[in-house]
Design a protein around this ligand. Structure first.
Ligand code: CO8
Length: 372
């Protein structure tokens, strides 16, 4: 078996920060305006009243305090309520490609390699700003990488499944040095008038260099010890929007990009995630006490604390399963990799950790790592 390592990670954090209060203020102003403009229909029962949001609810129910966004202007403007963007010149790379390139450059620098060493790029995201040509192939010449690239999407588990694809490609000799890059440009997908989801997401990009241990030169190498992945269909988190929408005579009222039954997701996904992680640990012949850290999917603080407590059999400390969602919010598939990027410098040779995503699909991706 070829030993495969993660030899560098990178993180691109967008330039603007949005607080819960900013989102709540604009949504509440919108609800007030809507309700006063539609008083008669609401009273007649033909329209539903728009409900207000609150900072207290968001923090308590999700743990999110802020999020980073590529375009702040518009999101907090009552007359706009989405990121204000100028349509880019189609001859130029779109935002998601630029986000990916920034994260990738950092990961390449941290691995000590050159872009020309990369012979495969997997660009994963829960939605593609440009579906073709493949965005991975757009990233390739900007970096100066060789070989080939492709895009992939398994929603929340795109990053972990992409790492597993990279691992398998190296094992089979299909690639030597893989860039896995996950630009999650989530904010254009949100309905900022919907109090159930206006709080949830932020933009970010992460990147990892994955290569054969024998070619790695980084002082910071994490060997991929084992991988597990599972999918189980659920319609409780889905994208209601599609490229065919313009062909319909009438659009359904709810054609939101992001739809979720949050409470159902919470209840159904947690057992799937904790059982998968437990089996994964057992499969490694590890005890849970062998695991120094779990870099978990970052959707909800209560989910992560519950999962960590169940797996550890005790109250978790911050570094058992570090949280980044307070600052970054849910960043779809990138969340567990952001946690890994920010919280691995204290690992010593032999220390073990688990990177795990869980979310839409449903999908769970688990990767055991050991510091060399
Ligand atoms: N302010 C005030 N009150 C509110 C708000 C709000 N903003 N929203 C809802 N409420 C109300 C509800 O109406 C409800 O009122 P009532 O009891 O009168 O009916 C009450 O508060 C409680 O509502 P919920 O039961 O919905 O509240 P929860 O405690 O369940 O919290 C959460 C809601 C935060 C959504 C929570 O359920 C959750 O986090 N669930 C899990 C979510 C999850 O893991 N999702 C997977 C994420 S998907 C993903 O990661 C990637 C998807 C693909 C990427 C897409 C990119 C855009």
């Amino acid at each position: 078996m070829t030993s495969v390592v993660i030899s560098g990670s990178g993180l691109f954090t967008p330039p603007h920060k949005v607080s819960n209060k900013e989102l709540v203020d604009v949504l509440n102003a919108y609800a007030e305006k809507y309700n006063s403009e539609h008083q008669a229909e609401i009273a007649a029962g033909t329209l539903a009243e728009k409900k207000s949001s609150s900072v207290e609810f968001i923090e308590k129910a999700s743990g999110i305090k802020s999020r980073y966004v590529m375009h702040k202007e518009g999101i907090t403007d009552l007359n706009v309520m989405h990121p204000s963007m100028v349509k880019n010149d189609p001859e130029q790379p779109p935002e998601m490609v630029l986000m990916a390139v920034e994260a990738a450059k950092q990961a390449i620098a941290n691995s000590g390699k050159h872009a020309s060493d990369i012979d495969m790029i997997i660009l994963g995201s829960s939605n593609m700003q440009r579906s073709y040509p493949s965005m991975a192939v757009e990233v390739q010449p900007i970096l100066g990488a060789s070989g080939f690239g492709f895009d992939m999407n398994v929603a929340c588990s795109t990053a972990t499944f992409a790492i597993i694809n990279a691992y398998n490609a190296i094992q089979t000799g299909n690639a030597n040095t893989v860039l896995v890059v996950n630009p999650e440009f989530t904010t254009p997908q949100l309905d900022y008038t919907n109090r159930d989801s206006h709080l949830s997401f932020g933009d970010v990009a992460t990147a990892l260099i994955i290569e054969k241990q024998e070619t790695a030169i980084s002082a910071n190498q994490f060997k991929i010890v084992n991988t597990s992945q599972i999918t189980q269909f659920s319609n409780n988190i889905r994208c209601n929007h599609s490229y065919v929408d313009h062909c319909y005579d009438e659009l359904a009222e709810d054609n939101s990009f992001f739809f979720q039954e949050g409470r159902k997701v919470f209840k159904e996904l947690l057992p799937l995630a904790t059982n998968t992680i437990s089996s994964h640990i057992a499969d490694n012949n590890w005890q849970v006490t062998d695991v120094k850290r779990m870099w978990l999917h970052q959707a909800n603080i209560n989910m992560n604390l519950f999962a960590a407590k169940k797996l550890l059999g005790r109250e978790p400390e911050f570094l058992d399963a570090p949280l980044i969602l307070d600052e970054y919010a849910n960043t779809a598939s990138a969340g567990s990799v952001v946690a890994f990027h920010k919280y691995h410098d204290d690992f010593k040779s032999g220390d073990k950790g688990i990177l795990c995503s869980f979310g839409a699909g449903y999908s769970v991706g688990c990767i055991s790592l050991e510091k060399l």
